[in-house]
Design a protein around this ligand. Structure first.
Ligand SMILES: *Cc1c(COP(=O)(O)O)cnc(C)c1O
Length: 459
């Protein structure tokens, strides 16, 4: 048995308030391994901070999501939301699992093409698509989801110029009973904008209206809202069929399913309360099957699920820099992980687990990052055992959005490692270097120092 560590006694104020249903302690065992790879060895090899992604978890999660839908609806297609995590290795796993690409910018569109995705399997969303982007998308026969009338007219012009018939859908926003309503993207259902746009497309005769799209929000906790959305899109599709004798090939319900993370201020952990893929699939497929589509005319159901497919596959390893007491005596622990690389700590109470053995006492702790900024708080309050300088922690469920929204602020972004299904780690994105940063900067000659000198002066 290993020697029990001495812990300095502390006198602490009795906190009143309810324990959660698991009692006041949240951590019982250290997290020493991720998919069979020791956390210690990962840190020794790559340092901290370090993002770690589990390929096994990604594959299991997408399989679970597909199964939930495939067992309830005959025609289902997932499209990977690039902005949720567009590391090439991550996108490639989803493409191997059969997902199409869902992109929201010219940059993401080019990224999908560079990964070898068939243009016909790229869904191009978003309010900003330049003429150049649209031209590319039309030539590649991609699925263009129109966001506003200006885009509709641009596509009409391009179709004439290129003598091609673009495949388009419109993005529809609507009241699903969840507020505030996301009504800034696409055309509104209730006030008739969506029907207007459809009529303009059909009467122009220049485009092939293949689908109807919506993306009603993100981290949605209500499967019912998806049922409402599916019914409204089904109704629109049936109206098109009736008026124009034209069949809508697919209904795309976007993304937004909640992951298992815990929203700030929630009483119970998200793992216990958030809806499952089965809950969402049940609401959506029931709405579509109960609509007036004939059985042999059911549209393809497309899903652009992002965060719910990747959040749990991501971990962030960090080191303790110091502990101190605040002016009120509360314990503050400072990590080498800041909000610049853990953007989602603004929304979630991320679970933090020590990576080495610890004693049984825990204390309410505020966890700070290393940035010289007051907003750099990872957890305002969490019960943690004593952590010493140099100890390590594992932050859970960080796979969504952090590796796309991260900021290079006062330091360099860290390595990202993928653990493959044979429990072998691979670096999939290198830690940035000062040279990487300097290579993009230029100093006008009147300021004396030349770019090459900066690089040469590096110690
Ligand atoms: C961001 C986005 C998604 C993915 O959303 P999640 O909340 O990550 O599931 C899907 N579709 C569109 C149009 C988006 O903008």
């Amino acid at each position: 048995m290993s020697k029990i560590r001495y812990e300095r006694p502390v006198i602490k104020k009795l906190e009143t308030g309810m324990p959660n249903k698991f009692g006041t302690r949240t951590e019982y065992v250290p997290m020493t391994h991720i998919d069979g790879v020791s956390v210690k060895s990962l840190i020794k090899e790559y340092g901290t901070p370090l993002f770690v992604i589990s390929e096994k978890t990604i594959r299991n999660t997408i399989k679970k999501a597909k199964k939930a839908f495939d067992t309830r609806y005959p025609k289902v297609q997932f499209a990977w939301s690039y902005k949720t995590n567009y590391l090439n290795a991550v996108c490639s796993i989803f493409h191997q699992e059969g997902s199409w690409a869902e992109v929201v910018s010219g940059f993401e569109y080019d990224k999908a093409i560079s990964l070898g995705v068939d243009g016909k399997k790229i869904i191009f969303n978003g309010p900003e698509k330049s003429e150049e982007d649209l031209t590319k998308a039309i030539m590649n026969d991609s699925l263009i989801h129109i966001d506003h009338l200006d885009e509709l007219y641009t596509i009409t012009e391009l179709a004439e110029k290129l003598k091609l018939r673009p495949r388009v859908a419109i993005r529809v926003n609507m009241d699903t009973g969840v507020y505030p309503m996301w009504d800034r993207f696409g055309f509104n259902y209730e006030n008739g904008q969506a029907w207007d746009a459809i009529n303009k497309i059909m009467h122009s005769g220049k485009m092939e209206l293949v689908g109807l799209h919506c993306h009603i929000g993100t981290f949605m906790l209500s499967p019912f809202a998806y049922g409402v959305a599916a019914s409204k899109l089904a109704e629109l599709a049936l109206s098109v069929e009736q008026k124009f004798k034209h069949e809508i090939k697919y209904i795309d319900l976007g993304g937004g399913f909640a992951s298992k993370n815990t929203l700030k201020g929630s009483y119970l952990p998200g793992t216990d309360t958030n809806p499952t893929f089965d809950d969402f699939a049940e609401a959506i497929s029931t709405a579509l099957l109960n609509s007036n589509f004939k059985q042999d005319k059911l549209p393809l159901l497309i899903l652009e699920t992002g965060r719910a497919l990747i959040d749990e596959a991501g971990y962030l390893l960090g080191s303790v820099i110091s502990n101190k007491r605040s002016s009120t005596g509360r314990r503050n622990t400072i990590l080498d992980i800041g909000v610049n690389i853990l953007f989602t700590s603004f929304w979630y109470d991320h679970k933090i687990t020590p990576a080495q053995s610890f004693t049984q006492y825990s204390e309410d702790t505020c966890v700070y990052g290393p940035l010289c900024m007051n907003i750099d708080v990872i957890r305002e309050s969490t019960s943690l055992p004593l952590l010493n300088r140099g100890d390590h922690v594992v932050i859970h469920s960080v796979g969504a959005y952090n590796m796309t929204q991260w900021m290079q602020f006062i330091s360099l972004r860290p390595h990202v490692v993928l653990i493959d299904t044979d429990e072998k780690p691979h670096v999939i994105r290198l830690r940035e270097t000062l040279d990487n940063m300097n290579s993009m900067e230029l100093i006008p000659s009147h300021l004396g120092i030349r770019k090459s000198q900066i690089v040469n002066r590096k110690s």
